[in-house]
Design a protein around this ligand. Structure first.
Ligand code: NAI
Length: 786
């Protein structure tokens, strides 16, 4: 009785530890160490490194450091298994994935406990969030395998996927990568993070038990060096990486020009915006789910709270009170809210960033944490927007809190980051919430909620948070190749243009010099030089010789034309119809221009006709290429919106001087992007003639900018430009490699191909693929009901 009174008196929970016996037994069975999982079996352990339980510091397993020979063996096994796997019917692959999902389900408790022991996350999270989402992901993608042939006609798997994942959601990140890859008919070589390799190895055992054909899934353990051996391996066709932005950048450079497909899911510094009319108690719980979930080691964690000034004091007080109730400690204890930090190295990193913040004048508010590899829940006030804690990804339970005055301020602060993974918006006013969601530059926005995930909705970032999506149709599509045609004769680099002073030209026999077209106006090239454009019978004109400065001006002009992306699709369509009509009215003149380059009469006529039709086609798509509403959780709508990428650089192929330009620029602007286009270097005059048509068609200044000159150096400037959001390059193989490598700076999306590979007059030059490439999907989660 006394005992009961005591409990009622202090209302504390008694200890409720999760039983870890099954995991301890499993680890004991593997005391000799783990090898790699290659070709359906485990290799002998070699070059072992220790894996520890971060909550206790004890060594729990020894795992092999993958060497080049291991990676070779895994890639070889994956390569051998892939054709047979891809040749199975979608239905047969689906049955394998269903079986795998069911087997994972049967081992759910074991996996949850193992994850918690390996990673340090609270058992409540691994049991209720990580593992159920893993299972959901396999089931969902089993479904994609079943219907793939109908849903993605003509698409084929990439082949062998090299996948490298982080330690924050070890098994969930594996599921996000492996499930779509296998569903699509690829085979996989995956490397888990060195701190947390155990659930991946357990899953390998489960895959074997579930009868997954050997070689389809291979797991090689090791550190970053092993990771680099996988991503750089010649036998890999697609690389998928989740981890830090720094490593994402290294991989981008490492594989530039290799022809490997790439998706990157990188860091974040996501805003969490609380408006004055928000339900403040709910918003405080949102912070708990956002930054104090998984010890804050979450790429999409809301790590910057922006709160309306009028409620900032009240919100801070509520947050502070809630923070004090959080229990940090033993991850296996069912009442623990915050578990262990994954590794002492990560703990040291969190501490040093917080100390840097303190030195910069930040006020640190903290809850409690035991000694060991734990860090207390923390919020930080008095942080300047440019300070360390407001800009660096801490990857710990540390959030900044900054007041704002107006919604515009909130958006400006929210977007004041190089990242763009996620955001959370709290307001009882749905108009305001969706307006803000639309204005935040990020791939996922949660309204009055935080950190919701579902296999049916795409997840992934804008800007330096990476590109590509995981989950949903977009995620599946990233594991499929929409076969790019092969060039019969690859595009070769044309001779460098010979600079001619612009002044000298009037006197020459050549009739006129085409200027550049920047911000809706003709512009003299900064260099003061032009170059002769060769025709069938000698030079047919002069084009401006653009340089870096011209590109910078063009990018600036494109940036200013912000109105285009927010116009209705209907308005954009009207402008593009008008453009098509105006080109149609001048068809003969354009045909003549193409003939002057040496095109035959009929080829020239066809190119102009198709160009006109293509403009109409993209005009028609401007208000039809829609997003989707996903079925995710109950009482939610998840709006998948196709948004423009922003400012795009487009380097056009040399052949098809008019049609090449139209085929690339039109889908981009139809979707609301602004463009800096580099037309055919050899025959730029068809594109420069077009600016007169653009001018008379009500295309706002700055939406299309044209810089003529030597294509590759200009493309390089575009690739390196931090204010360019995406680059399409259709030229030589060497140019494509350069463009991919040079784009690593701000991790802009690229689409680089041999300019001669496509027959631009056919369906290869037009279609939804171009629209998909010209947009990025933002998923907005909107809860409804109570
Ligand atoms: P990391 O990016 O170095 O590691 C992620 C994975 O990449 C691991 O499997 C690692 O072995 C592998 N890797 C490392 N170097 C590689 C290379 N050159 N080529 C191929 N694979 C390579 O992240 P790390 O060092 O564990 O954490 C450092 C910081 O990165 C964290 O504090 C956090 O800010 C951020 N991070 C972000 C994650 C996200 O999901 N956005 C996940 C993990 C870390």
């Amino acid at each position: 009785m006394n005992k009961i009174m005591e409990v009622l008196d202090n209302m504390e929970y008694g200890p409720a530890p999760e039983d870890s016996a099954i995991v301890r037994d499993w680890l004991a069975c593997h005391e000799a160490g783990f090898g790699h999982f290659i070709d359906g079996g485990f290799t002998k352990p070699s070059d072992p490194f220790e894996v520890t339980n971060p909550a206790t510091g004890k060594v729990i397993a020894r795992v092999s450091q993958g060497a080049a020979t291991d990676v070779d063996a895994a890639v070889k096994a994956a390569r051998a298994a892939q054709p047979k796997w891809a040749a199975l019917s979608g239905h047969d692959r689906a049955r394998h994935l269903y079986a795998l999902a069911r087997h994972i389900q049967q081992h759910a408790r074991f996996l949850a406990v193992l994850e918690t022991i390996d990673n340090g996350k609270p058992i409540r999270e691994s049991r209720d969030i990580d593992i159920p989402l893993v299972i959901r992901h396999f089931y969902h993608h089993a479904g994609w395998a079943e219907i793939m042939a109908d849903e993605f006609p003509g698409a084929t798997p990439h082949g062998v996927c090299g996948q490298v994942i982080p330690w924050n959601f070890p098994l969930l990140m594996l599921a996000w990568k492996v499930a779509p890859a296998l569903a699509a008919g690829n085979s996989v070589v995956l490397k888990p993070a060195e701190y947390t390799p155990l659930t991946a190895l357990a899953l390998a055992e489960i895959a074997r038990e579930a009868g997954l054909p050997k070689g389809v899934l291979n797991i090689v353990t090791g550190d970053g060096e092993t990771g680099a051996l996988i991503t750089g391996h010649d036998g890999i066709d697609k690389v998928a990486f989740t981890g830090s932005t720094e490593v994402g950048r290294l991989i981008r450079r490492q594989i530039a020009g290799s022809g490997k497909a790439l998706t990157l899911e990188l860091g974040g510094k996501s805003p969490f915006i609380v408006f004055a009319d928000a339900d403040l108690d709910a918003a405080v719980e949102g912070v708990v789910d956002s930054i104090w979930f998984n010890q804050g080691q979450v790429c999409c964690a809301g790590s910057r709270i922006l709160v309306a000034e009028s409620v900032a004091a009240r919100f801070t007080e509520l947050l502070s009170r809630r923070m004090e109730t959080l229990i940090t400690g033993d991850p296996l204890e069912k009442s623990t809210d915050i578990g262990a930090i994954v590794h002492p190295v990560q703990l040291a990193r969190i501490r040093s960033l917080v100390e840097r913040g303190r030195a910069e004048g930040a006020q640190i508010h903290q809850g409690s944490a035991p000694s060991g590899c734990f860090y207390p829940p923390t919020f930080v006030t008095e942080v300047e927007p440019a300070s360390t804690l407001a800009t660096e990804e801490v990857f710990g339970p540390v959030v900044t809190l900054t007041p704002f005055r107006t919604p515009e301020d909130a958006v400006a602060l929210a977007n004041n980051t190089r990242y763009g993974l996620a955001g959370s918006v709290w307001s009882e006013n749905i108009n305001l919430a969706i307006d803000i969601a639309a204005k935040i530059k990020a791939g996922v926005i949660w309204i009055n909620s935080a950190n919701l995930f579902d296999a049916g909705a795409g997840f992934g970032g804008y800007r330096e948070s990476g590109f590509g999506r995981e989950g949903g149709r977009e995620g599946m599509s990233a594991y499929l190749r929409h076969p790019a045609p092969r060039a019969k004769k690859p595009e070769t680099a044309p001779p460098a243009p010979v600079a001619t002073p612009v002044e000298g030209m009037a006197a020459s026999a050549i009739d006129r010099t085409a200027k550049l077209y920047i911000g809706g106006k003709q512009a003299r090239p900064d260099s003061g030089y032009s170059y002769a454009v060769a025709g069938a019978k000698g030079p047919v004109g002069l084009a401006g010789l653009g340089n870096r400065k011209d590109i910078r001006n063009a990018v600036e002009a494109a940036h200013k034309a912000t109105g285009w992306g927010v116009q209705t699709g209907h308005n954009r369509a009207q402008v593009l119809y008008y453009l098509a009509e105006n080109l149609s009215a001048r068809a003969e003149e354009f045909t003549g221009r193409l003939k002057s380059f040496g095109h035959s009469g009929s080829a020239a006529k066809t190119e102009v006709e198709i160009s006109i039709r293509r403009i109409f086609w993209y005009a028609a798509q401007a208000d039809k290429f829609d997003g989707a509403v996903h079925q995710t959780k109950s009482a939610h709508v998840t709006l998948a919106m196709n948004e423009p990428l922003g400012v795009m650089g487009i380097a056009c192929p040399n052949a098809y001087p008019l049609l090449g330009f139209v085929s690339l620029v039109l889908p981009a602007i139809a979707m609301g992007n602004r463009v800096v286009a580099l037309p055919s270097q050899t025959h730029p005059l068809a594109a420069t003639d077009l600016y007169q048509v653009i001018d008379t068609s009500d295309v706002p200044g700055g939406v299309v900018n044209i810089v003529t000159g030597e294509r590759d150096p200009l493309a390089k400037t575009l690739a390196e430009h931090d204010d360019v959001d995406a680059l399409w390059y259709f030229g030589t193989a060497a140019g494509a490699a350069m463009a991919e490598a040079a784009s690593a700076g701000n991790l802009k999306q690229t689409w680089c191909e041999d300019g001669a590979a496509r027959d631009w007059t056919t369906a290869q030059g037009q279609g939804r693929q171009f629209l998909t490439r010209a947009t990025q999907v933002k998923n907005i989660w909107v809860p409804h009901g109570e």
